[in-house]
Design a binder for this molecule. Sequence first.
Ligand code: FE2
Ligand code: FE2
Length: 389
Amino acid sequence: MKNEKLSSTVLSETEVPQSRREDVNSDWQRVVRRRSFLKGLSIAGGTVTASALLTVQGKAATLNPGDVAILRFLAAAELIESDLWQQYNELGGVNGGNPAYMLALENLDGDMPQYIADNTDDELSHAAFLNAYLKSKGAEEVNLDNFRTLPSSKATGARQIGRLTNLQRLNVDTSWYTRYRSKMNPDFGATFGQAVNIANQPAIPLNDTDTPPTLQQPVPPTTTQERRMQAIANTAGFHFAYIEQGGASLYTSMSVKVTDLEVLRIVVSIGGVEVNHFGLWHDKAGNAVSQPLAGVTDPETHVTFPDLNSKPFGGEAFQTNLILPEPTDFISKELPPCSVIRPSLTEHAGAVATIVSFANDLLFAGQSQEFFQTVMALATAADAAQRAL
Ligand SMILES: [Fe+2]
Ligand SMILES: [Fe+2]
């Protein structure tokens, strides 16, 4: 694989024990083999830039180096989350600027705009806290401002500023929906199909010609433009849950690598809020695929939100109100099933897996090679951290 240079360069710079270096390197190889997103990127054949390496190492800190790597990756992840949530909030939050998008979101739940605003505040607080904590311990903060280069939506309500993330043509992985209804665990190799096929689909309105901000958004939507806007809002509903289930797994996987008890307190306390977010959005996404809203098709992309409570769906794998995690295989199949966050192993839930998943989501569509190098270097270092007692 051509990425060997990247992995070995990053890991040798972070003073990871040789055996663990090999483990992470092989984890990374496995992730990359399974995925295709790196194919078009020179990251697969390039070296890490000096600035990316500096980003990984930071300055000398009083914390354990592994803890610093974990906190720095989580700070980056929270900056990414903050960026995407701010885009949702500008258009659809409780003080949002796009009335038709807000109405379409309210068709999922009347409180959606309030929840969007609150989730956004949470992410901003996570990013600010993690960076302030790093600084307080003499470690370098994470700053991704140079990568705020992606265009904003042109729809009414969106600020015209550079973005880290792209919400304008997402491939939303909805396998979390069937995964959390299943007794099988991806950490034991289980894979899950898509609950809804959402490909190349915007999650925010793109411009006012496509979806005017004055639409009425009845249930069910009647006009072409109303159907388009509802499909966009439904996509957002599933994307919210996708992002936050990723956060839930990420924080769980990071927690078992932490050394310092105060850092552990930070990781599990923020991670708990990611789980809280996921549970909320899981419930709201179900309203896009149950009556009376189910059945919306986007007239542009043909993405369809079927009724998951009716045939050929329905049953425990799809029923929309089964939002609490089904007990699943955990630790050993010899032990009884347990209701837990899943996955939680580094290979499936760690920092690299998270960035790979976000890239496959097309959340970073249009981003630079340097951006990928920077976040992958941070991710590789975080995954390599080991609890040291
Ligand atoms: Fe967060
Ligand atoms: Fe989050």
